[in-house]
Design a protein around this ligand. Structure first.
Ligand code: MN3
Length: 209
């Protein structure tokens, strides 16, 4: 995972229209190419001032934001966070035909939340509670071993809180406005159909190694 050169726009792991009809192709094109593309460019602009920082994984920069040079802290927080959050989000989705809730993570969710439905209800409630732009997350607290649902504003990540991300949901309006306008709740309901459970399960299993 070593990164010694500039960040590049990572291609989607599926076609732009692969998440139809739940997430539309036009939203995916703009969201990935333009929004994520801009975060990538602006992260590079910030790090170009301190190229030595390219050698650290992005997770480490975000975890240690307060130790970065003062003048690039905000740019890395917003744009580095934007790159991390979006790659994590896009890789956390899959065509609905491949979205199968199975694996260790489902057992863990059932044991900690009661049922998959109870987890989805809590995730939806959290995502609806984000005022303005931000994210809802399923994370693992490495101290307690518990799963938690948290939210972050803007492009903040749960990393500085020492939480391990397993799944995130973008509730910035740019993630859903073209298809859903103000109906964030409908967008959230449909997003559950394109969750990449295989990826979430892999991320969860990595926390147990
Ligand atoms: Mn977004």
């Amino acid at each position: 995972m070593e990164q010694r050169k500039k960040y590049t726009l990572r291609p989607l792991p599926y076609a732009y229209d692969a998440l139809e009809p739940f997430i539309d192709e036009r939203t995916m094109r703009i969201h990935h190419d333009k929004h994520l593309g801009t975060y990538v460019d602006n992260l590079n602009k910030a790090l170009d001032q301190y190229p030595v920082l390219y050698q650290f994984p992005l997770e480490r920069l975000l975890y240690n934001i307060q130790y970065l040079p003062k003048e690039i802290q905000t740019a890395v927080r917003n744009n580095g966070g934007g790159v991390y959050n979006h790659n994590f989000f896009f890789e956390g989705m899959a065509p609905s035909s491949q979205s199968k809730p199975e694996g260790k993570i489902i057992k863990e969710i059932e044991s900690q939340f009661g049922s998959l439905k109870a987890f989805q209800d809590k995730m939806k409630e959290a995502a609806l509670s984000v005022f303005g732009s931000g994210w809802a997350w399923l994370v693992k607290n490495p101290q307690s071993g518990r799963l938690m649902i948290v939210t972050t504003p803007n492009q903040d990540t749960p990393l500085p809180g020492n939480l391990i991300p397993l799944l995130n949901l973008d509730v910035w309006e740019h993630a859903y406005y073209l298809k859903y306008q103000n109906r964030r709740a409908d967008y959230i309901d449909n997003w559950f159909h394109v969750m990449n459970w295989d990826m979430v399960n892999k991320r969860f299993e990595n926390t147990e190694k």
